[in-house]
Design a protein around this ligand. Sequence first.
Ligand code: SAM
Length: 256
Amino acid sequence: MHKARKRFGQNFLTDSLIIRKIVDSIAPAPGQLLIEIGPGQAALTRPLADSGAELHLVEIDRDLAARLEREFQGNPNVTVHVGDVLKTDFGEITGGRPFRLVGNLPYNISTPLLFHVLQWSDLLIDMHFMLQQEVVERMAAMPGNKAWGRLSIMCQYRCEIAPLFTVRAESFTPVPKVQSGIVRLVPHREPPVRIDSLDAFQRLVIQAFSMRRKTLRNSLRGLLSAAVIESAGIDPGLRPETLSLQQFADLSLLME
Ligand code: SAM
């Protein structure tokens, strides 16, 4: 028996109905290149491997990786990579071929992972992640909703986000403290709005939401004057959570 390691965020899926539902949503097909992050004890890996997809596993825990090597050694479609996914070169694994990404992720690496893997967004067909449900809600939030913020804007600029379903804490062993959810992210082939500088756009969004309760006039002080905000047709007396992705993009074009 493997003892779950907290430092690697190990909560293993043990609910066969949920495992089926997740794999059905992914709908892997023979010949597809699929990378699973954090396969753990192979709850998702087995049905993914049965699909006939070319499956690459990235697991940080050496003991689990060794078990996975043993379990799948006779299967030419499965390759185990031992290491930290945040340092993984997806170009090397894929050899530049289009790929799909799947993972029941440790919650603390979900956001850095997303931005790491988006370096290969040209090759990335889609991603299916199990995340903390609250994170799924923030990713998929709409303007005006209190979950709308930096994560929603940066994710929606890069991807189309589809929350699929929630997963009860009891579906895992050990049982986590939070509810989880499955989300599908599909990188946009063309950006949904025009921005000239990702850096300026990011700075604007970070500053706007660092003081959620303040009006744009106050929170954007030093970046954009009230007059410039108004010139984009936006009332500087608004709060950042009411602005759309398009409006943030428009404002970023006015930054020095
Ligand atoms: N996929 C399995 C399941 O659904 O039961 C395990 C999920 S568990 C929440 C997260 C898995 O990710 C663990 O196997 C853990 O060792 C692995 N992991 C944690 N941090 C990682 C990292 N930085 N890179 C790769 N794998 C990681």
